[in-house]
Design a protein around this ligand. Structure first.
Ligand code: NDP
Ligand code: GDR
Length: 344
């Protein structure tokens, strides 16, 4: 039976990946950092907490000696590093913490692998945020990087260190440059889930207006459950490489807002521009969406659209769920949660 260590297991991807690995008959060690409140709801939703092959282990990514001891104790075949301070907005307020966790944290694991057992395979959760300011469209594995946030810069450091450990020490270290991927398990701070949760609340009469920042940013949004399968595939090849996972379709934040309201049979009419823009329910005349400059970032990534053809060719990986299907799935999950009186 193969053993995998998954960092960031309390997050969206960690939960989906653990479920996938358990289905593939792995023994899965989910690494959690110590917090004062329990944060196991995603694993609970996917019903993996009581699985006999699933084990929660204590680990903070910033703890270098803890990484060595953990790998020595578990002796995993594969390590998936999904832990990060992953919210771009917060990285502007906490650049040093973000650098320590999101950047240096990956090197703690790479070093531990080098010291404990260089045959352990390593996956690094890299990101389209590394492309940042548009250098080419669509973006692929050869597109130059230009990160636009402390988060993007920290991830770029971790990405290059992954490549470096691959080339310097022959470690099987793969880097997945994943474009935005969403699901009903997405954190409420990210824009898609913020929108679908608000749309559910508005339709249940629990909220009047949704406030957002830049509506013109374009993102390539896919379905998280499909993307974790791509991560696994990257560690099953003969040679470690860098792969882009994306859908190849880009939409504006405003278009996702329209899509989510349409899932509730509400058509929005847009008026105004920039910070004065608002969306009105065409039937009731009520303002439902308003721009609030507080949600703008010091520097924005304007246009992300990925070219996943290398992953398609080498890994047989392909996105299947359309953005409309994904958006509807998220709205329906949020309706259900809000009807039951809670949303995480
Ligand atoms: P989440 O924000 O949902 O999860 C992040 C995870 O990292 C949480 O489990 C969190 O734990 C953990 N974490 C944070 N700091 C530490 C630390 N010091 N020690 C140990 N664990 C820590 O992210 P996603 O699941 O969406 O993303 C997974 C990874 O993929 C991240 O690295 C992200 O940056 C990257 N990525 C995500 C994309 C996306 O669209 N979702 C796209 C490209 C890359 P806790 O619950 O304790 O906070
Ligand atoms: P992103 O995701 O920064 O792409 O990073 P997020 O959903 O936070 O933002 C996407 C775009 O929406 C714009 N936006 C808003 N964003 C948020 N969060 N809240 C708002 O109110 C709002 N209004 C407009 C943003 O400005 C941005 O342009 C995500 C994370 O998962 C990263 O960890 C990951 O690496 C990348 O995706 C790929």
């Amino acid at each position: 039976m193969k053993k995998a260590l998954v960092t960031g297991v309390t997050g969206q991807d960690g939960a989906y990946l653990s479920k996938l690995l358990l289905e593939k008959n792995y023994r899965v060690f989910g690494a959690c950092r110590r917090t004062s409140s329990v944060n196991l709801w995603r694993m609970g939703t996917l019903d993996i907490l009581s699985h006999p092959n699933f084990h929660i282990v204590d680990f903070d990514l910033t703890d270098a000696s803890g990484a060595i001891r953990l790998l020595d104790r578990i002796q995993p075949d594969e390590v998936y590093n999904l832990a990060a301070q992953s919210f771009v907005s917060v990285s502007f307020d906490q650049p040093l913490t973000t650098g320590e966790i999101t950047g240096l944290g990956a090197v703690n694991l790479l070093e531990a692998i080098r010291i404990v057992n260089p045959r352990i395979r390593f996956y690094q959760a890299s990101t389209s945020e590394m492309f940042g300011k548009v250098q080419a469209v669509p973006q692929n594995e050869d597109t130059p990087f230009y990160p636009r946030s402390p988060y993007g810069a920290a991830k770029l450091y971790a990405h290059w260190m992954t490549v470096n450990y691959r080339e310097s020490y022959g470690i099987f270290a793969a880097s997945g440059i994943l474009f935005n991927h969403e699901s009903p398990l997405r954190g409420l701070e990210f824009v898609t889930r913020k929108i679908t949760d608000a749309v559910a609340k508005i339709s249940l009469g629990k909220l009047d207006v949704l406030e957002l920042g830049n509506l013109d940013a374009c993102r390539d949004w896919g379905y998280a459950e499909e993307y974790v399968d791509g991560m696994w595939r990257m560690l099953q090849t003969d040679t470690p490489e860098t792969y882009v996972l994306a859908t190849g379709r880009t939409e504006k934040v405003r278009d996702f807002v329209d899509m989510a309201f349409r899932a509730m049979d509400v058509e929005l009419e847009w008026s105004g521009e920039g910070q004065d823009e608002q969306g009105t329910d065409s039937r009731s005349g009520q303002v439902r969406v308003r721009v609030n400059p507080v949600f703008y970032r010091p520097a924005e990534v304007d246009l992300l659209i990925g070219d996943p053809s290398k992953a398609e060719r080498d890994l047989g990986w392909k996105p299947r769920t359309t953005l409309e299907e994904l958006c509807r799935m998220m709205v329906e999950a949020d309706l259900e949660r809000n009807r039951n009186g809670f949303s995480f």
